[in-house]
Design a protein around this ligand. Structure first.
Ligand code: ADP
Ligand code: MG
Length: 250
């Protein structure tokens, strides 16, 4: 089942076109990796998908069980009620964790399900503790972010995103602020989520990970999709820009 379509997205900042007619789609249970040099528009694309940025043109369509929502460039936003629905479709995990520094771990995880989704408190806490266990952090629920390593903070932010029960989880370079050994622990968690068929869109510089875990890979450069397809095809592409980019990782 198709969960998300981004069709012909254009986005400029100060007259500079950062996304030039970008189209992607995400199917349920699939892992889509987005790779490409710094400045190519990867974060902007995720920020548009998650409505942290507006788009200038094109459409972003979240296809749910029954409903489809769209946001066209000029045709502004969905009604507030629909926006709220769209927001609970996805979660976003940032490069720099973005935890609330003044909230404990458990409060970071339970805050949005309680406040935004208005779900039952004991149920939300029980699920949060399950998620912490899954992340290997069952003894950290009362810790504050500053008391945790980067890898632990990132695991909390993954738990926080999962607590909203998103249909799609977006990651923007989830390991690039981490040391290599901590990178491995986060990649393993994402790999486990992939094995559970969590639908994920991952911007990453971890080429082996993208090659081994993705169902589909998109290579962006200077605001356009230069190459896309199954990992074995994209990573063996003869496209000169693709080859030059991959060459930097050897
Ligand atoms: P990537 O994530 O691939 O490194 P980004 O999407 O962050 O690329 O950035 C793409 C381009 O858009 C860059 O040139 C960047 O400077 C510019 N850009 C991103 N966000 C903004 C913004 N809020 N205002 C102005 N320029 C921006
Ligand atoms: Mg980026």
């Amino acid at each position: 089942m198709r969960l998300l379509e981004m069709n012909h997205i254009k986005k400029s900042f100060d007259g500079q076109e950062v996304l030039k007619d970008i189209s992607i789609h995400v199917d349920e249970g699939e892992v889509l990796s987005i790779i490409g040099p710094s400045g190519s528009g990867k974060s902007t694309m995720l920020r548009c998908a998650t409505m942290l940025e507006t788009i200038d043109d094109g459409a972003i369509i979240y296809l749910g069980d029954k409903a489809a929502f769209s946001k066209d460039g000029h045709a502004v936003y969905a009604k507030a009620a629909d926006l709220k629905k769209i927001h609970s479709y996805y979660g976003l995990v940032f490069q720099n964790f973005n935890l609330f520094p003044h909230y404990s771990v458990i409060k970071n995880i339970t805050d949005a399900p309680l406040r935004v989704q208005k779900r039952n408190k004991s149920e939300v806490y029980a699920e949060a503790r399950e998620l912490l266990k899954k992340m290997g952090l069952e003894d950290k629920e009362n810790a504050y972010p500053y008391q945790l390593s980067g890898g632990q903070q990132q695991r909390v932010s993954i738990a926080r995103a999962l607590a909203m029960k998103p249909k799609i989880l977006f990651f923007d370079e989830p390991t690039s602020a981490l040391d290599p050994e901590l990178t491995g622990e986060i990649l393993k968690i994402i790999k486990n989520l992939a094995a559970e068929k969590m639908t994920m869109v991952i911007v990453t510089h971890e080429m082996n990970f993208a090659k081994n875990v993705s169902d589909y890979v998109v290579f962006m450069d200077k605001g356009v999709i230069v190459e896309e397809g199954k990992p074995e095809d994209v990573f063996n592409s003869e496209n000169p820009r693709m080859k030059e980019f991959l060459g930097k990782f050897e």
